[in-house]
Write a protein that binds this ligand. Structure first.
Ligand code: FEO
Length: 171
């Protein structure tokens, strides 16, 4: 069984992961509408990844003999100013998620919940990767000024991304 504070934090994280999924689905729609199918593909795969993150927390709660509480997902942003703004928002959002994961880790440490500490390590590593990936795209976008041939090439590159369920690959 999970201690109440750990359970509450993980339940909140399920909601945060599904919120992330919806946010990226909304960004995917923005890019499809802008005529950037590669960016849209990247965001759609990110949406799928976030669902698997939420599912991983969901499964863990039940593995530990508790019950997940499914709460309403807050409305995500649907209107964006420009391409760069979207990616800046992705980075800011991932930094926020990293802080949330670190907070759960702090709670698990305080509660001496070694199993949860071990479980959370996957997410700690995942956040490092997510922030690095987004920073790379953001840096490239700034280099090419978010337009022209560079943008076309970057969009083509992002079309190559395919979905792999990392939560399963890691087990
Ligand atoms: Fe599930 Fe992008 O953090």
């Amino acid at each position: 069984m999970l201690k109440p504070k750990v359970l509450e934090a993980i339940n909140n994280q399920i909601n945060a992961e599904y919120y992330s999924a919806f946010l990226y689905l909304s960004m995917s729609a923005y890019f499809y509408n802008k005529g950037l199918p590669g960016f849209a593909n990247w965001m759609y795969i990110q949406y799928q990844e976030e669902l698997t993150h939420g599912n991983k927390f969901f499964a863990y709660i039940h593995e530990r003999g508790c019950k997940a509480e499914i709460k309403a997902i807050e409305q995500v942003e649907t209107g964006f100013e420009n391409i760069l703004e979207v990616w800046e928002k992705v980075l800011a959002h991932e930094q926020k998620v990293t802080a949330l994961i670190n907070n759960i880790m702090d709670i698990a440490i305080k509660e001496s919940d070694h199993a949860t500490i071990s479980f959370l390590k996957w997410f700690v590593d995942e956040q490092v990767e997510e922030e690095a990936n987004v920073t790379e795209v953001l840096d490239t976008l700034k280099l090419i000024n978010g337009q022209g041939n560079g943008l076309f090439m970057l969009d083509r590159e992002m079309r190559q991304r395919t979905f792999v369920d990392q939560t399963q690959a890691a087990e």
